[in-house]
Design a binder for this molecule. Sequence first.
Ligand code: SAM
Ligand code: SF4
Ligand code: SF4
Length: 341
Amino acid sequence: MRSLRDRCARPLRNLRLSVTDRCNLRCAYCMPEEEYVWLPRRDILRFEEILALVRVFAGLGVDKLRLTGGEPLLRRELPALVAMLAGEPRLRDLAMTTNGVLLAEHAAALRAAGLHRVTVSLDTLRRERFRALTRRDDLAAVLAGVEAAQRAGFRGTKLDSVLMRGVNDDELEDLLDYARAAGAELRYIEYMDVGGATRWSPEHVVARAEILERLRARYGAIEPLREDTSAPAQRFRLPDGTTFGIIASVTAPFCSSCDRSRLTADGMWYLCLYAAQGVDLRGPLRAGASPEELAERVRAAWSARADRGAEARLAARHEAPLLSIRSLREDPHLEMHTRGG
Ligand code: SAM
Ligand code: SF4
Ligand code: SF4
Protein backbone atom coordinates (compact mmCIF):
# COMPACT_ATOMS: atom_id res chain seq x y z
CA MET A 1 0.00 0.00 0.00
CA ARG A 2 1.33 3.45 -0.93
CA SER A 3 1.67 5.51 2.24
CA LEU A 4 -0.78 8.33 2.77
CA ARG A 5 0.69 11.77 1.96
CA ASP A 6 -0.71 15.28 2.19
CA ARG A 7 -0.39 17.96 -0.50
CA CYS A 8 3.14 18.77 0.70
CA ALA A 9 4.13 15.06 0.61
CA ARG A 10 4.07 14.81 4.40
CA PRO A 11 3.04 11.41 5.82
CA LEU A 12 0.54 10.87 8.63
CA ARG A 13 2.58 9.35 11.45
CA ASN A 14 2.20 11.22 14.70
CA LEU A 15 -1.03 11.56 16.64
CA ARG A 16 -1.45 13.66 19.75
CA LEU A 17 -4.45 12.39 21.64
CA SER A 18 -6.04 14.70 24.17
CA VAL A 19 -7.89 12.66 26.79
CA THR A 20 -9.42 15.61 28.63
CA ASP A 21 -9.67 19.37 28.25
CA ARG A 22 -9.55 19.87 32.04
CA CYS A 23 -6.42 20.96 33.83
CA ASN A 24 -5.23 21.30 37.42
CA LEU A 25 -2.83 24.17 36.58
CA ARG A 26 -3.42 27.57 35.01
CA CYS A 27 -0.17 28.27 33.17
CA ALA A 28 0.11 31.92 32.13
CA TYR A 29 0.97 31.01 28.52
CA CYS A 30 -1.89 28.53 28.11
CA MET A 31 -4.79 29.25 30.50
CA PRO A 32 -4.44 32.84 31.74
CA GLU A 33 -8.16 33.57 32.13
CA GLU A 34 -10.35 33.14 35.21
CA GLU A 35 -13.08 31.16 33.44
CA TYR A 36 -13.27 28.64 30.66
CA VAL A 37 -15.90 26.95 28.54
CA TRP A 38 -15.47 23.17 28.85
CA LEU A 39 -16.36 20.45 26.39
CA PRO A 40 -19.69 18.82 27.29
CA ARG A 41 -19.08 15.60 29.23
CA ARG A 42 -21.39 13.56 27.01
CA ASP A 43 -19.14 14.37 24.06
CA ILE A 44 -15.96 13.00 25.66
CA LEU A 45 -14.92 9.79 23.94
CA ARG A 46 -15.01 6.60 25.97
CA PHE A 47 -11.91 4.41 25.99
CA GLU A 48 -13.43 1.95 23.50
CA GLU A 49 -14.19 4.83 21.14
CA ILE A 50 -10.65 6.18 21.47
CA LEU A 51 -9.24 2.74 20.69
CA ALA A 52 -11.48 2.36 17.65
CA LEU A 53 -10.24 5.68 16.25
CA VAL A 54 -6.61 4.95 17.09
CA ARG A 55 -6.90 1.69 15.16
CA VAL A 56 -8.18 3.61 12.14
CA PHE A 57 -5.19 5.98 12.37
CA ALA A 58 -2.75 3.11 12.86
CA GLY A 59 -4.10 1.52 9.71
CA LEU A 60 -3.22 4.69 7.80
CA GLY A 61 0.36 4.98 9.04
CA VAL A 62 0.26 6.46 12.56
CA ASP A 63 2.91 4.70 14.62
CA LYS A 64 3.60 7.35 17.26
CA LEU A 65 0.95 8.28 19.78
CA ARG A 66 1.21 10.84 22.56
CA LEU A 67 -1.39 11.23 25.28
CA THR A 68 -1.96 14.80 26.30
CA GLY A 69 -4.65 17.20 27.50
CA GLY A 70 -5.51 19.43 29.40
CA GLU A 71 -3.85 17.38 32.03
CA PRO A 72 -4.01 13.71 30.94
CA LEU A 73 -3.62 12.40 34.50
CA LEU A 74 -6.96 13.96 35.40
CA ARG A 75 -8.64 11.37 33.19
CA ARG A 76 -9.90 8.61 35.43
CA GLU A 77 -8.44 5.13 34.92
CA LEU A 78 -5.83 6.40 32.46
CA PRO A 79 -3.61 3.30 32.94
CA ALA A 80 -6.51 1.19 31.63
CA LEU A 81 -6.54 3.25 28.42
CA VAL A 82 -2.75 2.95 28.19
CA ALA A 83 -3.04 -0.84 28.47
CA MET A 84 -5.61 -0.89 25.64
CA LEU A 85 -3.39 1.27 23.42
CA ALA A 86 -0.25 -0.67 24.30
CA GLY A 87 -1.99 -3.73 22.85
CA GLU A 88 -2.05 -2.10 19.39
CA PRO A 89 1.11 -3.52 17.76
CA ARG A 90 1.31 -0.88 15.03
CA LEU A 91 2.13 1.82 17.62
CA ARG A 92 5.92 1.87 17.90
CA ASP A 93 5.94 4.70 20.38
CA LEU A 94 3.41 5.40 23.14
CA ALA A 95 4.19 8.52 25.17
CA MET A 96 2.51 11.08 27.41
CA THR A 97 2.98 14.79 28.07
CA THR A 98 1.98 15.81 31.59
CA ASN A 99 2.40 18.72 33.95
CA GLY A 100 3.66 16.16 36.46
CA VAL A 101 1.48 17.20 39.41
CA LEU A 102 -0.13 13.74 39.70
CA LEU A 103 2.72 11.74 38.20
CA ALA A 104 4.19 10.44 41.46
CA GLU A 105 0.83 8.78 42.16
CA HIS A 106 0.49 7.15 38.75
CA ALA A 107 3.99 6.56 37.34
CA ALA A 108 4.30 2.92 38.35
CA ALA A 109 0.82 1.98 37.09
CA LEU A 110 1.41 3.75 33.77
CA ARG A 111 4.71 1.98 33.30
CA ALA A 112 3.13 -1.37 34.15
CA ALA A 113 0.32 -0.65 31.68
CA GLY A 114 2.85 -0.26 28.87
CA LEU A 115 3.50 3.48 28.50
CA HIS A 116 6.93 3.90 26.90
CA ARG A 117 7.97 7.46 27.72
CA VAL A 118 6.92 10.59 29.57
CA THR A 119 7.53 14.28 29.00
CA VAL A 120 7.01 16.56 31.97
CA SER A 121 6.39 20.27 31.48
CA LEU A 122 8.46 22.28 33.95
CA ASP A 123 9.12 25.98 33.52
CA THR A 124 10.66 27.00 36.83
CA LEU A 125 12.44 25.50 39.83
CA ARG A 126 11.38 28.27 42.20
CA ARG A 127 8.33 27.69 44.34
CA GLU A 128 7.02 31.24 44.39
CA ARG A 129 7.53 31.63 40.68
CA PHE A 130 5.79 28.32 39.99
CA ARG A 131 2.85 29.56 42.00
CA ALA A 132 2.75 32.83 40.07
CA LEU A 133 3.11 31.10 36.71
CA THR A 134 0.57 28.30 37.26
CA ARG A 135 -1.64 29.73 40.02
CA ARG A 136 -1.08 26.54 42.04
CA ASP A 137 1.51 25.71 44.73
CA ASP A 138 2.52 22.39 43.21
CA LEU A 139 6.22 22.58 42.36
CA ALA A 140 7.19 19.95 44.96
CA ALA A 141 4.62 17.53 43.51
CA VAL A 142 6.00 18.01 39.99
CA LEU A 143 9.58 17.39 41.10
CA ALA A 144 8.42 14.29 42.98
CA GLY A 145 6.71 13.20 39.76
CA VAL A 146 9.93 13.50 37.77
CA GLU A 147 11.74 11.36 40.35
CA ALA A 148 8.90 8.83 40.46
CA ALA A 149 9.05 8.42 36.68
CA GLN A 150 12.73 7.59 36.93
CA ARG A 151 12.11 5.12 39.77
CA ALA A 152 9.26 3.48 37.85
CA GLY A 153 11.75 2.66 35.10
CA PHE A 154 10.90 5.27 32.48
CA ARG A 155 13.90 6.13 30.32
CA GLY A 156 14.24 8.87 27.74
CA THR A 157 12.23 11.24 29.95
CA LYS A 158 12.05 14.80 28.66
CA LEU A 159 11.41 18.05 30.48
CA ASP A 160 9.75 20.79 28.43
CA SER A 161 10.25 24.43 29.41
CA VAL A 162 8.46 27.32 27.78
CA LEU A 163 10.72 30.33 28.17
CA MET A 164 9.17 33.76 28.68
CA ARG A 165 11.34 36.84 28.78
CA GLY A 166 11.23 38.58 32.13
CA VAL A 167 9.35 35.63 33.67
CA ASN A 168 11.65 32.57 33.75
CA ASP A 169 14.40 33.13 31.20
CA ASP A 170 16.90 33.69 34.02
CA GLU A 171 16.50 29.97 34.81
CA LEU A 172 17.66 28.78 31.41
CA GLU A 173 20.89 27.30 32.82
CA ASP A 174 19.36 26.08 36.12
CA LEU A 175 16.71 24.11 34.26
CA LEU A 176 19.37 22.41 32.17
CA ASP A 177 21.42 21.54 35.26
CA TYR A 178 18.31 20.16 36.98
CA ALA A 179 17.36 18.00 33.98
CA ARG A 180 20.86 16.58 33.73
CA ALA A 181 20.89 15.69 37.43
CA ALA A 182 17.42 14.11 37.12
CA GLY A 183 18.52 11.92 34.20
CA ALA A 184 16.16 13.69 31.78
CA GLU A 185 16.67 15.72 28.61
CA LEU A 186 15.61 19.35 28.64
CA ARG A 187 13.79 20.94 25.71
CA TYR A 188 13.37 24.67 25.54
CA ILE A 189 10.15 25.74 23.84
CA GLU A 190 9.69 29.12 22.22
CA TYR A 191 6.58 30.83 23.59
CA MET A 192 3.91 30.57 20.88
CA ASP A 193 0.94 32.83 20.18
CA VAL A 194 -1.29 29.81 19.78
CA GLY A 195 -4.69 29.04 21.35
CA GLY A 196 -5.28 30.54 24.77
CA ALA A 197 -2.00 32.51 24.87
CA THR A 198 -3.95 35.76 25.03
CA ARG A 199 -1.13 37.56 26.88
CA TRP A 200 1.47 36.70 24.23
CA SER A 201 3.68 39.38 22.74
CA PRO A 202 6.81 39.08 20.59
CA GLU A 203 8.95 40.69 23.32
CA HIS A 204 8.23 37.70 25.56
CA VAL A 205 9.64 35.18 23.10
CA VAL A 206 13.15 33.94 23.82
CA ALA A 207 14.43 32.83 20.41
CA ARG A 208 16.50 29.75 19.70
CA ALA A 209 19.47 31.88 18.63
CA GLU A 210 19.51 33.65 21.98
CA ILE A 211 19.18 30.40 23.94
CA LEU A 212 22.14 28.94 22.08
CA GLU A 213 24.22 32.06 22.58
CA ARG A 214 23.62 32.06 26.32
CA LEU A 215 24.38 28.37 26.68
CA ARG A 216 27.54 28.78 24.60
CA ALA A 217 28.71 31.58 26.89
CA ARG A 218 28.17 29.39 29.94
CA TYR A 219 29.17 25.89 28.78
CA GLY A 220 31.33 26.33 25.66
CA ALA A 221 30.93 25.18 22.05
CA ILE A 222 27.59 23.58 21.18
CA GLU A 223 27.33 20.83 18.61
CA PRO A 224 24.06 20.41 16.63
CA LEU A 225 23.00 16.76 16.29
CA ARG A 226 21.78 15.49 12.93
CA GLU A 227 18.78 13.16 13.11
CA ASP A 228 15.10 12.42 12.39
CA THR A 229 13.90 15.45 10.47
CA SER A 230 10.23 15.20 11.46
CA ALA A 231 10.93 15.69 15.20
CA PRO A 232 9.93 19.17 16.39
CA ALA A 233 13.00 19.63 18.58
CA GLN A 234 16.39 20.29 17.14
CA ARG A 235 18.91 18.63 19.45
CA PHE A 236 22.33 19.82 20.56
CA ARG A 237 25.26 18.59 22.63
CA LEU A 238 27.37 20.48 25.15
CA PRO A 239 31.12 19.80 25.49
CA ASP A 240 30.49 17.55 28.53
CA GLY A 241 28.13 15.35 26.48
CA THR A 242 24.84 16.73 27.88
CA THR A 243 22.19 16.86 25.19
CA PHE A 244 19.21 19.18 25.01
CA GLY A 245 16.59 20.25 22.49
CA ILE A 246 15.00 23.46 21.28
CA ILE A 247 11.52 23.64 19.78
CA ALA A 248 11.73 26.83 17.74
CA SER A 249 8.11 26.93 16.58
CA VAL A 250 8.12 30.73 16.40
CA THR A 251 11.45 31.68 14.84
CA ALA A 252 12.19 28.51 12.82
CA PRO A 253 8.97 26.56 12.20
CA PHE A 254 9.24 22.97 11.08
CA CYS A 255 5.98 22.76 9.08
CA SER A 256 7.70 21.37 5.98
CA SER A 257 8.27 18.03 7.71
CA CYS A 258 5.24 18.05 10.02
CA ASP A 259 3.62 14.61 10.25
CA ARG A 260 1.50 15.30 13.34
CA SER A 261 -2.16 15.85 13.91
CA ARG A 262 -4.34 16.18 16.98
CA LEU A 263 -7.47 14.44 18.22
CA THR A 264 -9.40 16.25 20.94
CA ALA A 265 -11.10 14.48 23.83
CA ASP A 266 -14.45 14.85 22.04
CA GLY A 267 -13.23 13.34 18.80
CA MET A 268 -12.46 16.40 16.66
CA TRP A 269 -9.40 15.87 14.50
CA TYR A 270 -7.13 18.85 13.73
CA LEU A 271 -4.59 18.71 10.94
CA CYS A 272 -2.55 21.63 12.26
CA LEU A 273 -2.05 23.26 15.65
CA TYR A 274 -3.29 26.49 14.08
CA ALA A 275 -6.21 25.02 12.13
CA ALA A 276 -9.47 26.90 12.68
CA GLN A 277 -11.62 23.89 11.74
CA GLY A 278 -11.38 20.23 12.61
CA VAL A 279 -12.79 17.03 11.18
CA ASP A 280 -15.55 15.53 13.29
CA LEU A 281 -14.86 11.84 13.90
CA ARG A 282 -17.11 11.40 16.95
CA GLY A 283 -20.29 12.03 14.97
CA PRO A 284 -19.73 9.31 12.36
CA LEU A 285 -18.27 6.93 14.97
CA ARG A 286 -21.36 7.24 17.18
CA ALA A 287 -23.63 7.02 14.16
CA GLY A 288 -22.18 3.58 13.44
CA ALA A 289 -19.64 4.30 10.68
CA SER A 290 -17.44 1.30 9.88
CA PRO A 291 -13.64 1.45 10.34
CA GLU A 292 -13.34 1.64 6.54
CA GLU A 293 -15.71 4.62 6.36
CA LEU A 294 -13.80 6.40 9.13
CA ALA A 295 -10.52 5.63 7.37
CA GLU A 296 -11.89 7.13 4.18
CA ARG A 297 -12.78 10.34 6.01
CA VAL A 298 -9.29 10.56 7.48
CA ARG A 299 -7.62 9.70 4.18
CA ALA A 300 -9.57 12.33 2.27
CA ALA A 301 -8.80 15.05 4.80
CA TRP A 302 -5.09 14.23 5.05
CA SER A 303 -4.71 14.05 1.24
CA ALA A 304 -6.09 17.60 1.02
CA ARG A 305 -3.93 18.96 3.87
CA ALA A 306 -1.81 21.98 2.99
CA ASP A 307 -1.56 23.56 6.48
CA ARG A 308 1.67 25.31 7.46
CA GLY A 309 0.30 27.34 10.35
CA ALA A 310 3.50 28.38 12.14
CA GLU A 311 5.21 29.34 8.88
CA ALA A 312 2.21 31.50 8.00
CA ARG A 313 2.39 33.17 11.40
CA LEU A 314 6.09 33.87 10.93
CA ALA A 315 5.51 35.30 7.45
CA ALA A 316 2.76 37.57 8.83
CA ARG A 317 5.29 38.99 11.37
CA HIS A 318 2.69 38.75 14.09
CA GLU A 319 2.81 41.33 16.84
CA ALA A 320 -0.29 40.44 18.85
CA PRO A 321 -2.01 37.26 20.08
CA LEU A 322 -3.70 35.29 17.32
CA LEU A 323 -7.07 34.77 18.99
CA SER A 324 -9.41 36.93 21.00
CA ILE A 325 -10.89 35.73 24.28
CA ARG A 326 -14.30 35.93 22.62
CA SER A 327 -13.40 33.56 19.79
CA LEU A 328 -11.91 31.12 22.32
CA ARG A 329 -15.15 31.17 24.32
CA GLU A 330 -17.18 30.60 21.17
CA ASP A 331 -15.13 27.57 20.20
CA PRO A 332 -13.09 26.01 23.02
CA HIS A 333 -11.49 23.68 20.45
CA LEU A 334 -9.24 26.61 19.60
CA GLU A 335 -7.67 26.42 23.06
CA MET A 336 -4.25 24.84 23.45
CA HIS A 337 -5.47 22.94 26.52
CA THR A 338 -8.24 21.41 24.39
CA ARG A 339 -6.10 20.73 21.36
CA GLY A 340 -3.33 19.17 23.39
CA GLY A 341 -0.31 21.35 22.64
N1 SAM B 1 -0.98 19.67 30.65
C1 SAM B 1 0.07 18.94 30.02
C2 SAM B 1 1.37 19.69 30.12
O1 SAM B 1 1.37 20.88 30.44
O2 SAM B 1 2.40 19.06 29.87
C3 SAM B 1 -0.21 18.56 28.59
C4 SAM B 1 -0.95 19.57 27.72
S1 SAM B 1 -0.06 21.09 27.40
C5 SAM B 1 -1.21 21.98 26.41
C6 SAM B 1 1.18 20.52 26.25
C7 SAM B 1 2.37 21.41 26.06
O3 SAM B 1 1.95 22.62 25.44
C8 SAM B 1 3.09 21.80 27.35
O4 SAM B 1 4.43 21.38 27.30
C9 SAM B 1 3.01 23.30 27.34
O5 SAM B 1 4.17 23.88 27.88
C10 SAM B 1 2.84 23.62 25.89
N2 SAM B 1 2.25 24.95 25.66
C11 SAM B 1 1.06 25.40 26.08
N3 SAM B 1 0.88 26.69 25.69
C12 SAM B 1 1.99 27.04 25.00
C13 SAM B 1 2.42 28.24 24.36
N4 SAM B 1 1.66 29.34 24.35
N5 SAM B 1 3.63 28.24 23.75
C14 SAM B 1 4.41 27.14 23.76
N6 SAM B 1 4.06 25.99 24.35
C15 SAM B 1 2.88 25.94 24.99
FE1 SF4 C 1 -0.34 24.28 31.83
FE2 SF4 C 1 -0.59 22.01 30.39
FE3 SF4 C 1 -2.56 22.88 31.92
FE4 SF4 C 1 -1.93 24.23 29.72
S1 SF4 C 1 -2.74 22.18 29.79
S2 SF4 C 1 -2.45 25.07 31.75
S3 SF4 C 1 0.31 23.93 29.69
S4 SF4 C 1 -0.53 22.26 32.63
FE1 SF4 D 1 2.61 21.17 11.86
FE2 SF4 D 1 0.82 23.13 11.82
FE3 SF4 D 1 2.69 23.01 13.77
FE4 SF4 D 1 3.36 23.68 11.25
S1 SF4 D 1 2.04 24.82 12.65
S2 SF4 D 1 4.45 22.25 12.60
S3 SF4 D 1 1.97 22.35 10.07
S4 SF4 D 1 1.03 21.54 13.39
